[in-house]
Ligand binder design. Structure first.
Ligand code: DAH
Length: 348
């Protein structure tokens, strides 16, 4: 077969094979079989050198024409197949935007967290700092520095989880008082702080006891702080927590770290003071312990008790929550029963 015939045959075969190619891989195969290094068209062109010189220009231009034609057809077919492939993909990945979305279940803060944050906001608004202390505490801070020397009978009031002889899980947030006074620079102004956090007691869990619960400690130290400042502050707290009509009253009590010490009651928010089952017919509900900071506690932090005085208070978060929402068992707060928790879900 003459070279010219070979070229014309290749042109027709190539054209047919390109049309028949069903995908990009096949197109690539066709390209290689004609235009690749060992392709049939490439081979045929090598035969040019054997032609008599006068035939070369004619056959040469025919060869170029055929190569350009095949190249062009391959490109067209490739573009066509790429478009087809993209369309198929778009079709298979189609999204129905009218379908309803999957429901995302949102978390919410725990009722105790809500109350803690509410109280933090209240006290921050009155110029207090929020300061946290360690849950694993030194015996020294938990007891000695709170005016409870070793063998002091009042240590029995709190059954303690000891870790070593000198370290324990704190039984109250009061040690943060000493830690804060230790580092406060009184030349720069008064100390006003609250300290929320977990505390631990070796109690058997029941409706009113938990081996782990939360407290908020409060401490104000400055010149001329008196019981009147304490009472005014707690009045604001009680109204905020239990309603604007609430009153408080102070009853004498004992804590080693305060002198005088008081137990603070709030007028019953259910009956308003008439007497009911919530206040056990007394009209009053005990909400926290407080007092004027004992001079020993100030002095042990290097604070001159002739110049400075302070008040302190400590409250149990669970107790406040139980009173506020009528919860009758402290264990509800820790059992993570959705039916209980969802009652306090607030949408923000
Ligand atoms: N720390 C006491 C307790 O856990 C509570 C308390 C009472 C704290 C009187 C105080 C206070 O700061 O003044 O039982």
């Amino acid at each position: 077969m003459s070279l010219e015939d070979t070229l014309r045959t290749l042109r027709e075969e190539a054209s047919r094979e390109i049309t028949a190619a069903a995908n990009l891989e096949e197109i690539e195969k066709v390209r290689l079989s004609y235009l690749g290094k060992k392709g049939s068209l490439t081979k045929a062109l090598k035969g040019m050198k054997d032609l008599p010189p006068e035939e070369r220009p004619v056959i040469g231009s025919l060869a170029n024409e055929i190569r350009d034609e095949i190249t062009g057809k391959l490109e067209d077919a490739r573009a066509q197949l790429e478009l087809q492939k993209m369309n198929e993909q778009l079709e298979s990945e189609v999204i129905d935007v009218t379908l309803p979305g999957r429901k995302v279940r949102k978390g919410a803060s725990h009722v105790l967290t809500q109350i803690r944050e509410e109280l933090e906001d209240l006290f921050i608004g009155m110029g207090y700092q929020v300061i946290e202390g360690p849950e694993m505490e030194e015996d020294n801070y938990n007891f000695e520095r709170m005016n409870l020397p070793k063998n002091h009978p009042a240590r029995d009031m709190q059954d303690t989880f000891y870790i070593t002889e000198d370290t324990l899980l704190r039984t109250h947030t009061s040690p943060v008082q000493a830690r804060t006074m230790d580092v406060h620079d009184f030349s720069k102004g008064p100390l006003k702080m609250i300290s929320p956090g977990k505390v631990y007691r070796r109690d058997d869990d029941d409706a009113t006891h938990s081996h782990q619960f939360q407290q908020i400690e409060g401490l104000v130290v400055d010149k001329n702080i008196t019981m009147a400042d304490l009472k005014g502050t707690l009045q604001i707290f009680a109204k905020k927590m239990f309603g604007e009509d609430r009153e408080i009253r102070l009853r004498p009590s004992f804590f080693p770290f305060t002198e005088p010490s008081v137990e603070v009651d709030v007028s019953c928010f259910k009956c308003g003071g008439q007497g009911c089952n919530v206040c056990k017919q007394t009209g009053w509900i005990e909400i926290l312990g407080a007092g004027v900071v004992h001079p020993n506690v100030l002095e042990m932090s290097g604070v001159d008790s002739d110049v400075y005085s302070g008040f302190a208070f400590g409250l149990g978060l669970e107790r406040i929550a139980m009173l506020k929402y009528g919860v009758d068992d402290i264990r509800h707060f820790y059992q993570n029963d959705q039916r209980f928790l969802e009652q306090f879900k607030v949408r923000r």
